[in-house]
Design a protein around this ligand. Structure first.
Ligand SMILES: [Zn+2]
Length: 282
């Protein structure tokens, strides 16, 4: 179930969005939120928003993510006319959606479409943590499902990039929860069609998204330092009255425990993805 579908033409776009770095007056410098180093903005952007001193990977919004991942100008968005509704009349939900839409320029928390990486065609889907923490509602679940179905129709591999700290969006109740099963069903159909699915987990990849399609990739990659899991460490510690390791749920911890195949620094992502695509294209 989705809100409404508008007849919006497919668009090609790059745009600047809000970033999570601290901007310094003059707009020339950015302060690393982890180590405090002042980074010259032009260099920082050239280094794909990774701190040159401590390696901290700043969060990217969907448009920045596309810029660093796919071939320039190759992305064509699909299903961009899907917009959320308020099926339960949840208090202040409409206002929250309107605010997120105005802050991000997105209709909802997912962007899907087709693109190429080093010339290899694929379907790409992104959940963007800047829109209501990337939580999964009817629109996000529907877009991810359609992305997987487009891939089956067109015999293409899929890359789904998750960034979600919000899990299933409570404002849509069960309609959000059912997206977990729906997206998993679509992944199963993709697998049955013999098509590969690469999951890229970015900070944070938690809760309902991680407990559904994001953890089902044939190959699961993660960015360094990304928080990956279902329930956050504080809740687990409080409930179970235990002390967790400091790096619990980091990408590196998950790789050491078999949940992630490789932790790939952002600068190496394109070559690694191109290599995987070359492999599956035989
Ligand atoms: Zn740093």
């Amino acid at each position: 179930m989705v809100g409404e579908e508008l007849k919006t033409p497919r668009r090609r776009y790059w745009r600047d969005g809000k970033h999570n770095q601290e901007d310094i007056p003059g707009d020339l410098w950015v302060k690393c939120t982890k180590c405090g180093t002042m980074l010259y903005k032009k260099e920082f952007e050239k280094e794909l928003k990774v701190c040159r001193k401590c390696g901290f990977h700043f969060r990217l919004n969907s448009w920045e993510r596309l810029e660093v991942t796919v071939d320039e100008g190759s992305f064509v968005e699909s299903d961009c006319g899907l917009i959320p509704s308020d099926p339960l009349g949840f208090p202040e939900y409409k206002e929250k959606i309107a605010k997120a839409q105005s802050n991000t320029g997105m209709n909802d928390a997912a962007v899907v479409g087709d693109a190429t990486i080093e010339g290899y065609p694929l379907i790409v889907g992104i959940t963007d943590s800047e829109f209501m923490m990337g939580s999964m509602n009817s629109v996000v679940g529907e877009k991810i499902t359609r992305a997987l179905e487009h891939a089956i129709d067109r015999n293409l591999p899929v890359l789904l990039i998750s960034g979600s700290g919000g899990g299933a969006r409570m404002h849509e109740g069960l309609l959000s929860l059912m997206q977990m099963a729906k997206t998993c069903g679509a992944v199963a159909r993709l697998r049955k069609a013999g098509l590969p699915y690469v999951a890229l987990l970015t900070h944070p990849s938690m809760a309902g998204v991680q407990a559904s399609f994001a953890s089902l990739g044939d190959v699961i990659l993660a960015e360094p330092g990304a928080l990956i899991g279902f329930t956050g460490p504080r809740v687990i510690e409080q409930n179970l009255k235990i002390k967790l390791p400091r790096d619990f749920q980091s990408a590196e911890f998950q790789m050491a425990h078999g949940m992630v195949d490789a932790v790939v620094p952002r600068g190496n992502l394109r070559p690694v993805l191109a290599q995987l695509l070359e492999f599956v294209n035989g």
